[in-house]
Design a protein around this ligand. Structure first.
Ligand code: NDP
Length: 326
């Protein structure tokens, strides 16, 4: 028997608690993983609290991320003892996820952990860091290089934002962090932000085109903030959009796209192909010094995960929350 965080639904009432289960109850898959670390991402917080329609079937073990060691494998990719991580693929939404001591999944969903990272460090990076890497790579492919001008990162004190600031600064970009929390200024500068500006700068509807200041942006917020950012991007610049922390809508005109050639680049980490994931993780291992990760992490036990999810949605956390499952 082992511990798992379980979301159950009875009528309209959702409850989340620690349950004791065994391997026979786990879903089908060709690899059984002994999970050492998992995380709380925005999506996990919505699932655990029931504040967003993330979970597609009940009961569900949440956790879109996990890292650990292969215990049993019928997959051609892995053997017992291999260190693996998982991000996305509908795990924690449609298939039981990482907030448990064991997980059974398809081998093709797993990524080998780069040698540079421990299982714990792989989860400090987690889906947030991997998504930040996909955003940065998308900007580079769109021609946004460090010499083109400053790059904005919105929702900068959160998981994706913090690691995007770290990566962009490491790659030589001048990073301007956008936050709703001025108290996080020193934290954001310690990650490499050259400047920190308030969220309110972008939170009101402006003109279809504003002064073209930004070479590019990583946006985790969506809504009016993403619209205002697009209106102020330089000709031929690009915005990588990955989140909806501020809203699903996008009150935007086509002006930035048809008059300035700005590109809006959609980022979807969940179903990103295996090869691109592995490339992103290799690059993360090259760019991030594992010791730096300690500045962005808060660590909790499985039983603290519910409180951590509440705190994340209340905007009371910064950086990454990792969960010690063992
Ligand atoms: P976090 O909660 O860690 O970070 C979100 C940050 O957004 C907050 O820290 C806050 O930053 C800012 N924010 C929160 N609420 C609002 C608001 N109402 N208006 C404006 N800004 C706000 O979440 P994650 O970093 O884990 O995820 C960020 C977003 O990216 C989420 O929407 C998530 O679903 C999405 N995501 C998407 C992925 C993909 O594949 N497309 C993968 C991973 C995440 P501050 O206080 O600094 O302003």
């Amino acid at each position: 028997m082992f511990d798992a965080l379980m979301i159950e639904k009875n009528g309209e009432t959702q409850t989340t608690s620690i349950r004791q289960i065994d391997d026979t109850m786990l879903p089908d898959g060709d690899v059984l993983v002994g999970v050492e670390w998992s995380t709380i991402n925005y999506k996990d917080a919505l699932a655990i609290t029931g504040k967003g329609p993330i979970v597609k079937s009940f009961p569900m073990i949440p956790g879109v991320d996990f890292a650990g060691e292969v215990l049993e494998s019928k997959s051609r990719y892995f053997k017992p003892g291999d260190r693996v991580l998982l991000n996305g693929w509908g795990v924690g939404e449609k298939h039981w996820g990482g907030l448990a001591q064991h997980a059974r999944v398809k081998g093709e969903w797993l990524t080998p952990i780069p040698l540079a990272f421990t299982t714990r460090e792989a989860m400090i990076v987690g889906t947030a860091g991997y998504t930040a890497m996909l955003c940065v790579t998308a900007l580079e492919r769109a021609g946004v290089s460090p010499d083109k001008g400053p790059i904005l990162v919105t929702g900068a004190s959160g998981g994706v934002g913090s690691i995007a600031v770290m990566l962009l600064s490491r790659l030589g970009y001048t990073v301007v962090a956008v936050t709703g929390r001025p108290s996080e200024t020193d934290y954001l500068k310690s990650l490499g932000a050259a400047e920190v500006i308030g969220r309110e700068t972008f939170s009101h509807k402006g003109k279809p085109l504003e002064k073209a200041v930004w070479a590019g942006a990583v946006d985790v917020v969506g809504g009016q903030i993403l619209a205002s950012v697009c209106a102020a991007v330089q000709p031929r610049g690009a915005v990588a959009a990955c989140g909806l922390a501020g809203g699903m809508d996008l009150p935007l005109t086509v002006a930035p796209f048809i008059l300035r050639g700005v590109s809006l680049l959609g980022i979807d980490s969940t179903s990103c192909p295996r090869k691109e994931r592995q490339e992103a993780w290799c690059r993360l291992a090259e760019l991030i010094d594992a010791k730096e990760l300690e500045s962005v992490v808060s660590e909790c036990s499985l039983s603290d995960a519910i409180g951590a999810a509440d705190n994340l949605l209340a905007g009371k956390t910064h950086g990454r929350i990792i969960i010690r499952t063992q």
